[in-house]
Design a protein around this ligand. Sequence first.
Ligand code: AHR
Length: 504
Amino acid sequence: MRATVTAHRDYRIATIDDRIYGAFLEHLGRAIYTGIYEPGHPTADANGMRGDVIELVKALETPVVRYPGGNFVSAYNWEDGVGPRDKRPTRLDLAWHTSESNAVGVHEFADWCAAVGTQMMLAVNLGSRGLDEARNFVEYVNGPLGSYWGDLRKANGRAEPFGVKHWCLGNELDGPWQVGHKTADEYGRLANETAKTLRAFDPSLQLIACGSSNSDMATYPEWERVVLEHCYDAVDYISLHMYFNNREKNTAEFLALNAKLDAYIATVASTIDFVRTRKRSKKRVAISFDEWNVWYHSNAQDKEILSGAAGWPHAPALLEDIYHFEDALQVACILNTFIRRSDVVKIACIAQLVNVIAPIMTEPKGQAWRQTIYYPYYFASLFGRGVALNLVVHSPGYDSRVADNVPYIDIAGVHDEAHGALNFFIVNRHASETIELDVSLLGFGAARVVDCKVMTSDRLDAANSAKAPMTVMPKKSDNATVAEGRLKTKLAPHSYQMLRLSLP
Ligand code: AHR
């Protein structure tokens, strides 16, 4: 089977915002406790943060990490997580039916972010709480000394403001499962008033209003319209979430699901345009896709804890999906979609980062390892920075439930002008056919292949584990060649390929 692609230097979609390679960490399961934080672990630093996890996260060059939730944030009192540890209360976490010790709060999380070299993106609780607690939190985190909250922060060990730019105005408040679930009008008004108030403190904050929890919500996309009608002028982003599953064990359908993601982004982009036009506004609200991933492997095993039958355990194993090889293909397709929609998606966060539906897993007191999905995320984050190219793709395709003629190859191309590089991320969705790919390179000069990494597996359900952490990993390949302005490569059935070309 053959596919052809044309890449022209001047056919550009947009400059990719690095923040599309963000991540998310929630006080949920073992994400924080025995995930990033485990005093007594052999690799723990002076703050009790696991050094092995810091190294794996650092390598991802994740620009922002959203925290502390998620559903958790909708009944969270941020004050519980500051001040002397021995005075912090243990609270019941209503979102996940667990106990929260509050041993980690905003100070500890900030130190961890500094250690991995990322920025905090904080969420305020607009579920059980409201505007006043939100402004107090922002003033505590960013306020000057000489004010009540700034001085309290200093008393708790940090004189310098944390200077957090990104603030999420609640989480998934369209969802009936959320503590403090609201209608679009209720939430839209609250988001607007909160955003206005936070802007009175600092007009330069980047504010993110909640969009839909997923595109199957009955309220989608009316939710986005109504919310934006209320808060368009006051916010910068509308957030979207989406999780993918292959419960029915149909890989062709599973790998077509980014067509649904594409339609979701397109619809919300149109809704933004609609509201912008109604408001006769020049301002462009963008999308923060701040939760996305594959999530289903752990659903059955989580039922007991979520039902409350286990009481209120502290940091139990929850949402610990063990990812298969095919999930890595899906994650690559999702990331390609964000690159192709970098005109409107300016922030995206893989959900989550450690132990909870995560690319990184840990054993308490033991080792940390990379799941299959770590790799496409790693390659996109490192080499998917620059200008997204508007590729012309001719590929045979197949009809799926979510879309017709889904191309067998999913490809994104990025021109990294700063490093004189042209990078491609490619998935072959075909189960049995090798695809011969022929890419015409126009306007780039004499390109040279400098790296080609391939992920293949004879089992779609192959996975990594603590005992066998390198079962699924990328291998170097010499598949790809460039001659006379044409890049040629072979894509094995059900495979991923990352290609890096150097340009003159
Ligand atoms: O990431 C897990 C959960 O998924 C988050 O807490 C919530 O926002 C979403 O429903």
